[in-house]
Design a protein around this ligand. Structure first.
Ligand SMILES: *[C@@H]1O[C@H](CO)[C@@H](O)[C@H](O)[C@H]1NC(C)=O
Ligand SMILES: *[C@@H]1O[C@H](CO)[C@@H](O)[C@H](O)[C@H]1NC(C)=O
Ligand SMILES: *[C@@H]1O[C@H](CO)[C@@H](O)[C@H](O)[C@H]1NC(C)=O
Length: 176
């Protein structure tokens, strides 16, 4: 009995780590997606970005129609210069992975859109930065590192995790 509940807990721990650490995906702009923001809300994307905590390994998802996403330098961002982007996509469904810490600059490649506020700065924390202040031992963003689920709660809203863990606990208790 004891070993069964221990292995159940272990499974839940693994699932939480795999689902929330290695595949955390941010949806840019919520339901509206990546669009020219309303005239009275031109800081929409930077406001959204500053409300989130991004870490190395996280993904960002841009959803849009007849538009594009470019990753550019800071100088290009400031000038809405889309002539030589480091990254370009116009598939309508773009996933970008943050492969290092620091600032990432995104603009729309459609003429005039960046100037109207369809641009965004994302600040990505290194694993060390994101762990500091939470009193935990350093851990990498690798899925293989042992991260206790409790350490994840400050990052992800509990409302997202609780139903998931409860459902999983139910499945596990039925199958054992
Ligand atoms: C922008 O204007 C719309 C329509 O007038 C309004 O509903 C919305 O609350 C305004 N947004 C901001 C951020 O002021
Ligand atoms: C835009 O960026 C490119 C490449 O970084 C540069 O060569 C060009 O001079 C820039 N144009 C303007 C108007 O700043
Ligand atoms: C991150 O990805 C970009 C674009 O794919 C690449 O040029 C860069 O070298 C990568 N950086 C690291 C630290 O892997």
């Amino acid at each position: 009995m004891a070993s069964k509940s221990v292995s159940g807990l272990f499974l839940i721990t693994i699932c939480v780590i795999v689902c929330c650490v290695s595949c955390f995906e941010f949806e840019v702009g919520g339901p509206e997606g990546w669009v020219v923001p309303p005239a009275n809300d031109s800081k929409l994307y930077n406001d959204w970005a500053s409300e989130n905590r991004f870490r190395v390994g996280d993904n960002i998802h841009f959803k849009y129609l007849k538009d594009s996403v470019m990753a550019v330098t800071e100088a290009e961002y400031k000038k809405c210069n889309s002539t030589r982007p480091a990254f370009f996509s116009n598939t309508g469904n773009t996933v970008y992975v943050f492969n290092h810490s620091g600032s990432f600059y995104f603009i729309s490649g459609v003429s005039g859109h960046c100037e109207k506020g369809q641009r965004m700065i994302v600040k990505v924390m290194s694993s060390d930065e994101s762990e500091s202040g939470r009193g935990s031992s350093p851990s990498s963003s690798s899925a293989a590192s042992p991260v206790a689920p409790a350490e994840l709660f400050p990052v992800f809203p509990a409302s997202m995790l609780v139903p998931f863990v409860l459902a999983l606990a139910h499945v596990v208790s039925v199958s054992f």
